[in-house]
Design a protein around this ligand. Sequence first.
Ligand code: BG6
Length: 502
Amino acid sequence: MASNTNINPTIIFIFGGSGDLTNRKLIPALYNLYIDNYLPEKFVIIGVGRTHFESDDEYRNKLLEGVQEFSRRKEEIKDKWPSFSAAVSYHELDLLVDDTYESINNWVTDKAAEWNVKPTLIYYLSVAPQLAPEISKKLAAHKLCEDKATSRIVFEKPFGHNLQSATELNKLLGTMFGEEQIYRIDHYLGKETVQNILAFRFANALFEPIWHKSYIDHVQITVAETVGVEDRGGYYEHAGALRDMVQNHILQLLCMIAMEPPVSFDGNEIRNKKLDVLQALRRITTEEAHAYSVRGQYAAGWMKGKEVPGYRQEKNVSPQSPVETFAAVKFFVDNWRWENVPFYVRTGKSMNEKTTLITIQFKESPRYSFPASAAETWRPNRLIFSIQPQMDIRIRFQAKKPGPDMILSPVEMVFNYADAYKEQEPEAYETLLEDVIEGNPTLFMRADQIEAAWEVITPILEAWQKRPPVDFPNYAPDSWGPEDAEALIAKDGRHWLSLPPK
Ligand code: BG6
């Protein structure tokens, strides 16, 4: 039997057990952990939701379909499914009524008696964000999270809608639980390539000495998607690109590039160092926001030969919607290391390419040693972390072109994950769920980080709210976003970077 005997027996409750996230991400991830022997020897997964299933078997079959469709594993998924799914059950219950929590209490008591041990309890809130406060209150009222060491609650994003609501939610949770019990998900932190930024920076001597304003001209982060909002219009109308991607994923990537070396890999130490970055991010005023940010919304048009709707034609979206599906921001980290080094970030839906790239553009080196004729294609060094879907790290440097004359040209050195490692990398949710089960909060957002991130983007949100967009939709599908985004960076004499075509 797949097991890890070092981990305490665990009950995983998935609230929203019949939802999309459970099907696409949570169960495929838990099943992969099971296949790889990372789950505890004794565990059960209890889905709770309002959808009706005739039996546990019907529920399990639906989950198996999800695994077959969405798991990174296409082979070997059948073998262990019967033993894994025997530990999975479903209960059709309303999470807003007290009886549900009575039932949960009974299941916990029964399992503790059967296993003869106090189990670890995980409550995964895969529910609409507005339900999170009420469910949390009920968990507390029914004393289901009393033991801080063995009970944990997982919150999906969005965590809050703005600074005020996030602060209120943190405050409320703080009255009921210890911070160490609260796991706020940012799934980007579970990605292998994102975690590797820390390894790259802090386990190598080569780059850290030049990771500094003296050598770095600027940093760029691009998180582009080719898909539109698909069937998430209802959610997205209350979010927009700044809330959906910048406040969380992109600021976290920025923190990993800009943070100081941690003294240890202790969860709080790393989060402290990231918090320092968030606190050093320049606070701009609402009046200044337009000089630092650009928004956009995709129009109807063509994507890779297929006709696609504009944002305003998507399901559950207002035909006059002012919501942005693209955001670009110029950030500054006002500390000694990064003084005046711009961090340009952009993200959008319905764009030309699916790509997440972090580019460190170094300053030009002096050209004195070479005649002008050698240096016609002079290019400064560049380091690129290609986070997804292509997973590599590449360094651009100057080389001499073969031939009798000294002619320089830029070349690339590439570390490619697929070539270097045979093992398939785990999905972000596998890493994150394993950390929740083991009680390691390093890759989760702490209350103070969440609030600092909201604080940074609030002036932009306010400025955009004050001045409804007059030019939406302002970019075509399959493009790199609105022209103003080009202008944001071009006015500093720079341009957006993407990977060279293969
Ligand atoms: C989510 C956003 O957090 O991240 C989505 O809500 C977005 O809008 C998604 O599509 C992107 O995640 P990934 O892992 O595909 O880059």
